[in-house]
Design a protein around this ligand. Structure first.
Ligand SMILES: Cc1ncc(COP(=O)(O)O)c(C=O)c1O
Length: 440
């Protein structure tokens, strides 16, 4: 392809009201790339959009069809979830996370996005004057937007230089004024793909107990730290969790990536039993119900979506059951992302790029769904701008609330050999562009 002119790109960005590409959202970048594809007649290499890029689990599809054929579509689902979903989720968490979660404390949600939104809302209504939420960054851009929509004070802590022993003091500083109600992080981390260790999670758990903060642990990519084999149900090593170190926690699990089931919008929230049963006077006064768990189900989720699609619950329930019983090895299925990451990283390195979040404590960062990449100290916005001129779209690290410069790479759309060839060619074009701009 030929490099897209600055004028053309500016025209498209203006048309989409993208004033600063550094802060452009995933959807805005997708839309801009699609418009540029239309204008240039060339397909882009899409590194921005985190769609699964792997076929949905057949266990889920078959069960969902069966459920619909059995006529369940005409009846409202129970807001707390159908019983088999709750049992299978409890067993699934035991098998792969290694902790006991009571079935009554597990609630299906319309994707983990909905789970997180409602948990945040509830956490912000537990105590008068506690409306701050801590995010470990970089993070999932939509999570920050949730805090914005809810009018919460988002405090970010960049894990780039706050890992290990540094995490505790940095977190404590943010919690010390007593205004924080919750903290949110994903592990493995979207986008850096670093993995918090049990020690770090112990630090988080201890501080959450000390400052009465609720840890909202996002396991959208659970068991995808492929450096160790987490594919065997009921056998260690398990997915690390804060749940071993505090009662102040809720876990969010999404079917979108682990089962490639993003289209059906199903996930779950698992709340610790102590938190589920904990009574808050503020909730009682506002809603007539005191307990955290009852309010989550009967107040927040109920008025939000009145539960989660019944057939999608059947599907996720079946996929969890098949995983627990060893019929379905979901971890091996998604290992494909590590292969794509390895191959695409090599192409980036060949063209002079380097990883931004390159270390996971003293280890190399592992290969998975995302990674972060930079070029010769270029600002993230300039890098993305020039990559878009060369037919590659992504989002900047600024959009993930990172203080570092670079872009987030999502490997899910690198589906075919041709995509890798195209990535190689486009990065070659990018390097030529840099050289010609340096000469000017
Ligand atoms: C960290 C993280 N959490 C949650 C989600 C969304 O999950 P769901 O599709 O279940 O709403 C994503 C999707 O990209 C994600 O990266």
């Amino acid at each position: 392809m030929r490099v897209i002119s600055k004028e053309k790109l500016d025209e498209v960005l203006d048309g989409m009201q993208i004033n600063d590409i550094a802060h452009a959202t995933i959807r805005q970048c997708v839309n801009a790339a699609q418009e540029l594809e239309r204008i240039s007649g060339e397909n882009f290499v899409h590194l921005e959009f985190g769609v699964p890029g792997i076929k949905a689990s057949q266990f889920g599809v078959d069960m969902q069809k069966l459920a619909l054929d059995a006529g369940i579509a005409s009846v409202y689902p129970p807001t707390a979830g159908i019983p088999e979903f709750k049992w299978n989720a409890s067993a699934f968490i035991k098998a792969f996370v290694g902790i006991d979660m009571y079935p009554e404390c597990v609630i299906p949600t319309v994707g983990s996005m909905q789970g997180c939104f409602n948990l945040l809302l509830e956490c912000s209504q537990l105590h008068e004057g506690r409306k701050a939420v801590i995010y470990l960054s970089p993070g999932f851009p939509s999570h920050f937007l949730q805090a914005k929509i809810l009018g919460l004070d988002a405090r970010t802590l960049d894990i780039y230089d706050n890992r290990g022993d540094k995490l505790g003091p940095a977190l404590e500083e943010l919690m010390a004024d007593g205004k924080v109600c919750a903290m949110v992080y994903s592990n493995p981390n979207n986008p850096a793909w670093v993995n918090l260790t049990e020690d770090e999670l112990k630090t988080i758990g201890t501080l959450c107990t000390k400052y009465d903060v609720i840890a909202l642990e996002d396991m959208a990519y659970m068991c995808m730290d492929f450096r160790s084999d987490r594919s065997k149900p009921f056998q260690p090593p398990f997915q690390p969790t804060v749940g071993r170190y505090t009662d102040n926690f809720a876990i969010m699990i999404s079917a979108s990536k682990i089962f490639s089931y993003a289209g059906e919008r199903v996930g779950l929230v698992a709340i610790s039993k102590k938190l589920y049963e904990r009574e808050y006077p503020e909730l009682k006064e506002r809603y007539g119900l005191a307990s955290f768990g009852d309010n989550f189900v009967l107040t927040y989720i109920y008025v939000n979506t009145s539960g989660c699609s019944r057939s999608a619950q059947n599907a996720m329930s079946e996929m969890m059951e098949a995983s627990v019983s060893g019929k379905y090895d979901f971890v091996s299925e998604v290992k494909e992302y590590a292969r794509r990451a390895r191959r695409s990283k090599e192409i980036f390195f060949k063209h002079g790029f380097s990883l931004v979040y390159d270390k996971d404590l003293d280890q190399e960062v592992s290969d998975g769904f995302f990674y972060t990449i930079g070029y010769n100290g270029m600002k993230g916005s300039e890098l993305l701008y020039d990559l878009m001129r060369c037919g590659i779209s992504a989002i900047t690290l600024t959009a993930t609330r990172s203080k570092q410069q670079g872009i987030r790479v999502c490997v899910s759309m690198l589906n075919s050999d041709d995509d890798f060839v195209k990535l190689d060619e486009r990065l070659g074009l990018f390097v030529d562009l840099q050289e010609s701009q340096n000469v000017q």
